[in-house]
Design a protein around this ligand. Sequence first.
Ligand SMILES: [Cu+2]
Length: 332
Amino acid sequence: MEKRKDLGRAGPQEGHTRRGITRSLIALGLLLLASHAGEAAQGKKPDREFTLTVRETPHQFFPGGPTILTWAFNGTVPGPELRVRQGERVRVTFRNETNSEHTIHFHGLHLPNNMDGVPGISQDPVPPGGTFVYDFVAWTPGTHMYHCHVNSPHHVDMGMYGAFIVEPRDKRGEPRVDKDVTLMLDEWIIDEDSGDHATMSHPRLLKDANYFTINGKSFPATAPLRVKEGERVRIRLINIGYLVHSMHLHGHAGEITHTDGHRLREPLHKDTVLIGPGERYDFVFTANNPGTWLFHDHIIPFVTNDGDYPGGLAMAIVYEGKATSPTKHKDH
Ligand SMILES: [Cu+2]
């Protein structure tokens, strides 16, 4: 605003100055466009390089639970969280060491079409033993994810997913937090006898989902979220599964600050987050109520392990040094 006022007082030079400024702005625009294209062009050294290798990997949701064979990125379900800054050029080398075809799709990122990872639409699937290099500039800030897009119901159920976080260049309006955690929700269909879960090859089988995980683990084996009193905590909630969840935090109010990576103009005050398939919500709360608290799905069938309650989508928020044990019953 100040600059515009100054221009208004420019006097006889005004017309000339305005033309000059217009020309400079056009030149600057062209320069920015050129550098933008240059950043995306092949040849420039990437700012971030990752390798994701998918291999058959045994996985267990909780001690005593079934051990299943997954297709895991770098040996874990979910795969490693990839975190970059907006505008960085990213190179992800994908190695397929399974006996099936796969791709990687970067869900939520706006990429050139040939980097979108959809077989038969934007690329050929990567054959067993094959490698594909995903090379792009991460322009879309926020909480996103990556997953295989070959026969997605089956391959995502086999564990081929992870979080992809793009930190915005402009940090204004970003919540200031002491802790930043990502929770990926998923459901599984496990055959009780064989431990096989390769049966999820048809979306209609979703109704048979019998195990539910947060970051690959089911309650009581879900990792507790440890907080210190007074801390601000950002939970990046990602639903990689195909069911809807209603995650409720006991004892605290919080706010949704971002949906699908986009910052809300006004945060939405909530203690329950309804999250559909493919959605991401960033939920921020202040740890101001010491104790041990539950964070869980309020859709109770999903708080089970093959029908046994409690299990599945539940986890503890534990205050360091101020954790509590259940209150003993007293007769009054
Ligand atoms: Cu796949």
